[in-house]
Design a protein. Sequence first.
Lengths: 239, 289, 319
Amino acid sequence: MLHVDNVEASYGPFLALSGATLEVRVGEIVALLGPNGAGKTTLIRCIAGLLRPRAGGIRWDGASLASVAAHRIVERGIAVVPEGRRLFATMTVEEHLDLGAFAPHAHAGRVQRLEEVYTIFPVLRERRGQLVRALSGGQQQMVAIGRALMAAPRLLILDEPSLGLAPRIVESILGVLGEINRRGVSILLVEQNVQAALVLAHRGYILESGRIVGEGTGAALMDDPHVKRAYLGPLALRH
Amino acid sequence: MTIVLQQLVLGVLIGGLYGLAAAGLSLIFGVMKVLNVAHGELIMLGGYGAFWLFALSGLDPFAALVVVIPVALVGGAILYWGLFGWVVRYHEETRIKNSLLIGFGLGLALHAAAVQLWTADERSITTAYAGSVLDVGGVSLPVVRLASLVIAFVLIGGLHLLLNHWRWGRAIRATADDWEAALMTGIDVRRAYLIAFAIGTALAGAAGTLVSVGYSISPSIGLEWTLKALIVVVLAGLGSMLGTFAGGLILGVAEACSAMVFGGPYREVVGLVIFLVVLVARPQGLFAK
Amino acid sequence: MRPASAAAGLVIVAALAAVPLVVRREDILNFLFLVLLSIALAQSWNVIAGYAGQVNLGHAAFFGLGALVTRVLWIAGTPVVIGMIAGALVAVAFALLIGWAAFRLRGAYFAIGTLALSEIFRITVGNTLAEISTLPQTTIATYRLANRYWLALALAVLAIAAVAALARSRLGLGMQAIREDEDAAGATGVDALRLKLIALVCSTALAGLVGGCFAYYHISFYPSHLFSPGWTFDAVLMTFIGGVGTLHGPVLGAIFYVFFKEYLAIRWVDFHLLIFGALFVAIVLLLPGGLVEAMGKLRGLLESAAFTPDRRRPRPEHR
């Protein structure tokens, strides 16, 4: 469904991605792992249309995303939950969810979808009229995910959803992601919490210094010695 | 005592227009990070529009709002497409700098054009009811200025409602908060910019119309009103239209107070001094969210 | 500076200096005076905006302060050069006040802060010093236009030399780094605040001196006119039309501007502002390098048209 082919991207003179290739197939949860600064967020920005790759291609449903404007990516069925959540500081929970359905294709059925989101995240229903600034980190993450879900995506991309959250909350959020996946949404998950991500994911990729250095099923990667040394266990790379 | 009250009331009456003038500027700057220092010249043009409509066809200036506002909306869209839309490809600091320069040149050109076309003379619209005054407890309220205040409030209230309940109004707010997140939510940020700029210009046109009927206009009011708007924006901070309106009222009252204490000619100075003080002490404004 | 350019520069300055000795016509001297003073004024704005990248929309404040202080002191009996230096110092003092407050905030605050300052002065001076300032009869009797002319020439040379020295110095390179990207420059250890303040001091000191020269030159004027936004407009327009951030830009721009302004003003009163305003906007959007950039492109076109096979021809230096 999503094919990233040998993408290179740079910020000015700095080459952030030097040839990343991955794919997400229908119904999968794919994890994208790697240390800070490896280029994971850069890759997400390329898929989201915020950064134009200088080489390589990104294809979705067989069509290239190269000339698609960033705000149209959502219409194609890809929704992004950005790193750091990127919520709208002056808006309430309900306004966020309402805006999530901004794209034309998401307009129909949004009442129903809002109900679904409130069912997945009951806490948001309670706090629907509150400004998001007043919410806890975990609740804000729920708003961000809910906003993306309101666009009825077929692929949901999340960039470090567990950042800054307590382990218990992380667990519940990852559980929710599993539930969303079972309802038919494919997921591309960028995570620093390698352990939890690999348990959840069907497949995974390791991105280091701008290129993919490893891939495999979730289980296979968890057994991989390099992965174990670098990302799991006591001497794991500290972020 | 009545004299003091009278001056304060007059200050409030013009303060409403300051708020309206500032609202347009604040909206545009908040959403696009573009500072149009020719905003005052747009107000001036709105004023002349109403003036000539009245002079040539007798159209009542308050009724003229129905003409001026849509025309200014379109005018704003044209200014965006032709000028300010081009600076949005830069990042914020360069955007601000280039918009300052473009606004500067635009203001210069519009001012010179106005002088060429209509001379530097002051104009004012004098309707049949221009002299009517409402007497409340010894304080006289010029009806025209009172109506202007009410209209200014209604327009800002309307803007507030638009931003909260209209789909594109929320999109504009989202763009102002975080334009990349807005893009990722499917909002066409360029269109949000266009709409915000058009609305901001429409508000300027409306403010100009109200200025021409209650007060007077001339080509040189441009710089004056740009500064008023800037002072109110810095005073009130970005993000709240109602806060901006309140900021305008505060400026009007402050000017009235200073005129009473220091004398009429220094009325303009106090606003500028307040501006500098707020700049140094609390640049994010008094009501910033 | 290459010896050829330095020699050419000296010849031009010498020739200009000799003009009052050869030419008797006052209108020519007045015109050249205006051009020289404009060059100095434009270069002064160029320092803060072109090199340090800080847009100053209230340049009139510093020109006006220099002019006002000089005028007051000179009429009271102080030698005019001392008066001018005092004027420049006063201008710098106010500049530092605004700069120190505004430079730590976003760029817009400095622009509007200086604009507010110049308007405050214009209105206050207009209220407190409402009468026209005229030179006493004794001074008018001994008025020598040539002296004013040479002073303006000296200021123009000073301004150009200052910008030339600055552009090549480490200070200047740091300023240009700030202009391009202040955050990135900060990351490489550049002290942005200090450099911006230094640029501001140079810029406003020069502007103050230019104002002082104007006060020395004009027989009578309204003091509030010294703070008219027109002075800011002139400086900004000239610098941009010529090429902001370059050494020759303000010079070209000043010559172009003064010439056309005088020519157009004869026929239409304020119309030149409309044309210049529109031209200015076009330049900001389409040709930010102004005349200097246009000339460079023209030269490039001509060179490529001449089919020069030897690609190792030295590039002419303009920045």
